[in-house]
Design a protein around this ligand. Structure first.
Ligand code: BTN
Length: 249
């Protein structure tokens, strides 16, 4: 069954965060498939408590899902990343890769981010895609590694068309995910930007350094440390390390 996404569609000029309004809709009993879009967010948020700059010119949206309890929870964020990667590729002539868990990049620059939040039994999938963003308006630390589809395509990108494409790809991958998740792992792995790269995980407690070796069946990042052991990371800030790992890595 393909989920129908975009009914109702709530489109607002300015919001704090589309995820917040979608959470309210979830609490009010709104059906699966409801979508919130804002032209601009004043308190857009990213993963790990980061601020998500959301000026006019991007697609900032949240989708309300009500998955069954036996769905493979850990893989949802990866399924959404595949859907977003497939969406952006429809508008630019370059392939999209995914940096674990769900940053979507083109030519080394992040063009989209995903923030998934549970609220009761419902799930809010927040997606931000830089469509027509002049990078100078972004904070310098964001602009340094961000991209925008219009710069890659060398033409303005139509937001409504991207939203429609996104909802179609999301609906397909949501169904694929609910059916078990193996296709999700395969599709995600074919876009894995970290495989074989030296990485370091920043988190509370001792960090982990090693070489990324893809994902587990549950979607955790597998890292081979210098002693040959495999460590699995389910959360944390994963940095790609330049140069060889030290002896204690
Ligand atoms: C990240 O890469 O850190 C995730 C960014 C997610 C941004 C989107 S924009 C729409 C939705 N509303 C938010 O406040 N955040 C998500």
């Amino acid at each position: 069954m393909t989920a129908r996404l975009g009914r109702p569609l709530v489109w607002v000029g300015e919001l704090g965060s589309t995820n917040d309004l979608a959470r309210l809709l979830a609490g009010a009993g709104c059906p699966e498939g409801a979508v919130v879009v804002a032209d601009r967010q004043t308190r857009g948020r990213g993963r790990q408590g980061r601020v998500w700059a959301s000026p006019v010119g991007g697609l900032w949206c949240s989708v309300l899902l009500r998955p069954s309890a036996d769905s493979p929870q850990g893989l949802l964020s990866l399924a959404v990343a595949v859907a977003v990667a497939e969406t952006v590729e429809q508008f630019v002539p370059e392939p999209a890769g995914i940096r674990w868990p769900n940053d979507v990049e083109i030519a080394g620059r992040k063009v989209a981010g995903i923030l998934i939040e549970a609220t009761g039994a419902a799930v809010v999938v927040g997606v931000g895609i830089n469509l027509n963003i002049e990078l100078q308006v972004m904070p310098p630390e964001v602009a340094a590694r961000a991209g925008s589809l219009h710069l890659i395509a060398d033409r303005p990108i139509e937001r409504r068309a991207v939203l429609e494409a996104l909802l179609a790809r999301l609906a397909d991958w949501y169904s694929g995910w609910a059916a078990g998740g193996e296709a999700v792992s395969d599709a995600w792995s074919s876009r894995d930007l970290l495989r074989g790269k030296p990485v370091a995980v920043l988190r509370s407690g001792p960090g982990i350094e090693g070489v990324a070796e893809g994902i587990s069946r549950e979607g955790a990042l597998r890292i081979r440390t210098t002693d040959g052991a495999i460590r699995q990371v389910v959360a944390g800030n994963v940095l790609q390390v330049c140069g060889p790992l030290g002896p204690s890595g």
